[in-house]
Write a protein that binds this ligand. Sequence first.
Ligand code: MN3
Length: 202
Amino acid sequence: MAHTLPELPWAKDALAPHITPETLSFHHGKHHNAYVTNLNTLLSGHPLAGLPLEALIARVGEIDPSIKGKVFNNAAQHYNHSFYWKSLRPKSASGPGGSFLAALKGAFGSLENFKDVFTKECAGHFGSGWGWLVKEKDGSLKVVSTHDAGTPLTAGQVPLLTCDVWEHAYYIDYRNDRGAYLKNFWELANWEFAERNFAGQG
Ligand code: MN3
């Protein structure tokens, strides 16, 4: 079964003005689409071609070294972007709640401090990559960043929320101002999605 580009979970103008339809046309329609197309081309006729995405990423070590790196990069970018779209939602007044909020407070002191730690991780990430809130195997919460196509899955971490800090995520709307993009990320963060992932119901 070929991998497919997921539909965006909201209308293309739903995140404006923070993330515009033009950005989404390129980011989803061109960048993400290219990762999916490249992945299908690379795996054409391959025995692992039928695996679901997460299983493929877990077994990428079995793939011939001549294409392994490219398969990982395109598969992980497909995974990361699919996760990113779900990490965003049209502006909502509601924040995190329940046991998820309690866990955030336990790990970071307060919700505001969590947002500050996450923002700083994203702002300080050198070059292309991703900022993540993850749950470790012991259940603790942590903020991490990954380079290029890197994904927390390979570290055995459960991703809860992500922010794409590749320039293509913000350059049309913010030019070089990653800080302004990150500030507005909090207007769009999908706490319900993060909470479902925290509860293991992603
Ligand atoms: Mn991207």
